[in-house]
Design a protein around this ligand. Structure first.
Ligand SMILES: Cc1cc2nc3c(=O)[nH]c(=O)nc-3n(C[C@H](O)[C@H](O)[C@H](O)COP(=O)(O)OP(=O)(O)OC[C@H]3O[C@@H](n4cnc5c(N)ncnc54)[C@H](O)[C@@H]3O)c2cc1C
Length: 457
């Protein structure tokens, strides 16, 4: 049996055991959290390999937590559609899928016990709440508990052992390790040891989708959810728009970015798959390099920030120079001062800012360039940097399909608190934090055309 099935290509450095329990007989359970896909998923591949080794069924479990980091109905709608597809694909491979409702510590240990599970596998996520879930579950189980980094190309723990200062310090480490980790994926195989119990059917997921996600379960911003749709989206981008990525990506009037972030955030698409297809593309080198810098270096730098900085979403997480300069400018007069409600309703004096906020609310995604301007203006028009940070996180997490992501916490901390950036010339409110202005935007792109584009949405 081993000779046939154990052609495992998982690099062991992707994997850690979160407890010291010994392997047991019984179904292997993959607790899917961040990587909500069947294909190209190292955690799923490892779980299947474990199950093959002991000739046991494989069961994939998802714990649906009804309230999660300001996630709105739109996010649940997108996620549940993707999970319905996961459940169908798994079923065609002879793998069971179970959807449990409730906090993992309350629902998962009991479920594992009832099932007689032999081991538990999960995926990697640097966010505090997910780490807490795992710690709580780990304390209540007696079976081996493994975690595989299925999100980063170079596993977060391997890329660096500490919080990095910026892209310039993590880049050489990632580039050095990349050839070892940027390898092709093996396929998931039909599982020969079926699970005999009852599990969640796609109908039940549909019913939940209607109940939890309600009216907004229609596609937000026209983006179709799911693993198949994500691959289609990637291939369309590579075929039609990728050649011009290096010129167009920073122009909010153009459709120059890939639009892949919601798929990457929900793990419906593997960044490693994207990188492999980009490497095969015949697009100009400038576009390939610019895109891989964002997809690999910047994205994995965000995971590094959240993994090693427990204050990734608070003022204390900013570098010392940034905290000092923001403190020194706390008392500076604000020409405009808006409440969270005014921001949320896009009723500031600034038509460009309002357009960016509206773009996010209507489409579930704000253009990447506007995100920087948007967050910096929240700092400028709020009573304190702490309040600005919380407002920006709240709005981003609530309205962006790709929100509640390390990229969001790092991007906001960059804009408001100089994380991964350097000190710039000193000015009111911002101190030495990099500033952005309306006129600066005007010199980079056609501000009026962008506002009109959003108004037409
Ligand atoms: C204030 C602020 C908030 C942000 N919030 C989020 C968020 O909630 N979720 C999110 O995924 N990204 C966030 N970003 C980062 C970036 O703006 C988005 O990843 C990007 O705009 C997503 O669009 P795209 O997929 O079309 O990007 P593309 O330009 O096509 O890039 C491809 C992929 O590379 C990665 N990437 C691109 N830019 C960055 C970046 N600056 N940092 C890290 N990874 C990057 C993303 O995974 C993206 O999907 C934020 C940035 C700022 C300044």
């Amino acid at each position: 049996m081993e000779g046939i099935f154990l052609i495992m290509t998982l690099n062991e450095e992707r994997l850690i055991q979160l407890n010291t329990a010994e392997v047991r007989q019984g179904p292997v359970v993959y607790w899917m959290i961040r990587d909500q896909r069947v294909k190209d998923n190292w955690a799923m591949l490892f779980a299947q390999e474990q199950a093959m080794r002991i000739k046991s069924p494989l069961v994939v479990v998802f714990c649906l937590v009804p309230s999660f980091l300001s996630a709105a109905e739109r996010n649940y709608g997108f996620m549940l559609k993707g999970l319905a597809e996961v459940s169908r694909t798994l079923s065609s491979l002879g793998i069971a899928f179970e959807l449990l409702e409730g906090a993992p510590r309350k629902v998962l240990p009991g479920y594992l016990k009832k099932l007689g599970a032999g081991s538990l596998v999960t995926d990697f996520d640097p966010l505090r709440i997910k780490r807490q879930w795992k710690e709580e579950v780990s304390k209540s189980i007696v079976i081996p508990f493994y975690e595989a980094d299925a999100h980063n190309i170079v596993p977060c723990r391997r890329a660096s052992l500490k919080q990095e200062f910026g892209a310039y310090t993590i880049r050489p480490k990632i580039l050095k390790a990349l050839p070892e980790f940027l390898t092709p994926f093996p396929r998931m195989r039909k599982h020969p040891f079926p699970f005999r119990g009852r599990t969640a059917s796609p109908d039940r997921i549909k019913e939940l989708q209607e109940r939890i996600a309600g009216r907004t379960s229609d596609e937000v911003g026209g983006l179709k959810s799911g693993e198949d749709a994500s691959i289609q989206h990637l291939r369309n981008f590579l075929r039609r728009r990728f050649d011009n990525y290096s010129q167009d990506r920073n122009n909010p009037c153009r459709n120059g970015q890939s639009g892949l972030s919601p798929y990457l955030h929900f793990g419906q698409l593997s960044a490693q798959r994207v990188a492999l297809e980009v490497a095969d593309s015949a697009a100009p080198k400038l576009s390939r390099d610019a895109f891989l810098e964002e997809l690999i270096i910047r994205r994995e730098l965000s995971d590094n920030f959240c993994f090693y900085n427990p204050n990734y979403d608070s003022f204390d997480g900013f570098p010392a120079w940034a905290r000092k300069t923001l403190h020194e400018h706390r008392g500076d007069k604000r020409q405009y001062h808006y409440s969270l409600k005014q921001f949320e309703q896009a009723t500031t004096h600034d038509d460009l800012w309002n357009a960016a906020q509206s773009e996010m609310v209507i489409t579930g995604k704000m253009h990447g360039y506007m995100r920087m301007y948007w967050a910096k203006k929240i700092l400028e028009w709020t009573g304190s940097p702490e309040e600005a940070l919380q407002n920006a996180i709240y709005l981003n997490d609530k309205y962006s399909l790709d929100g509640r992501d390390p990229n969001g916490y790092a991007g906001i901390a960059w804009s408001v608190g100089g994380v991964h950036d350097r000190a710039w010339g000193e000015r009111p409110i911002f101190g030495k934090i990099r500033y952005m202005s309306y006129n600066g935007c005007k010199s980079k792109f056609n501000v009026k055309a962008y506002i009109e584009k959003v108004n037409r949405l």
